[in-house]
Design a protein around this ligand. Structure first.
Ligand SMILES: [Zn+2]
Length: 152
C-alpha cells in the first residue's frame, strides 16, 4: 500500500516493459480503478502476461467516488450506443427515400421516351433537374452521417 507520505520514494516510471516493448499510457475501466491512467505494455489489453505496470493517476479517495466515476463511464457508453443506433436508422431512412426517388425518376424517363410532345419534354427536363438536386442533397446528408467517433 502506498500513501502520500512516501510518494517521493516512488520508483521513476518505466519506459519499456520486461520484454522490451515500449510502455504506453493506458486507462483502466474496472470498477475498482475507473478512468485511472497507468503505464503498461503495448500488449497489455491483448492478453500480455507482462508484469510491468505503473499507476500515473492517484487512487480515488473512496468507494463512493469510484462508483460515481464508474457509473459515468457506463452512462457515456450507453449514450454512444444510442447515438449510433439513431444514425443507423437515419441512414436507412435516407437510403429508402433515395431509392424511391430514383424509381420515380426512372418512371418519369420512361414516360418521357414515350412522349412526343416537346413542351412536355421541356417540363420533364425541369422536373428531372430538380430531382437531381434533391438526390445530390440526400447524398451529401448521407455523407454527413458517416462520421466516426473521434479519438481524444
Ligand atoms: Zn510487455
Amino acid at each position: 500500500m502506498s500513501s502520500s507520505s512516501n510518494r517521493s520514494n516512488r520508483p521513476s516510471p518505466p519506459t519499456h516493459c520486461e520484454h522490451d516493448q515500449p510502455v504506453i499510457r493506458q486507462t483502466s475501466w474496472t470498477i475498482d480503478f475507473p478512468l485511472r491512467s497507468f503505464l503498461g505494455c503495448v500488449e497489455y489489453y491483448n492478453g500480455s502476461k507482462c508484469k510491468t505496470f505503473y499507476w500515473l493517476d492517484p487512487e480515488l479517495p473512496n468507494d463512493y467516488y469510484k462508483q460515481e466515476v464508474f457509473n459515468l463511464i457506463q452512462k457515456e457508453k450507453r449514450m454512444k450506443e444510442d447515438k449510433y443506433g439513431k444514425i443507423r436508422d437515419l441512414e436507412r431512412e435516407i437510403e429508402f427515400q433515395k431509392s424511391t426517388m430514383e424509381k420515380e425518376m426512372f418512371l418519369l424517363q420512361l414516360e418521357l421516351k414515350e412522349s412526343k410532345s416537346s413542351v412536355l419534354l421541356m417540363f420533364a427536363e425541369i422536373v428531372m433537374d430538380a430531382f437531381t438536386v434533391v438526390i445530390k442533397e440526400v447524398d451529401s446528408k448521407t455523407k454527413m452521417t458517416e462520421c466516426r467517433p473521434s479519438q481524444s
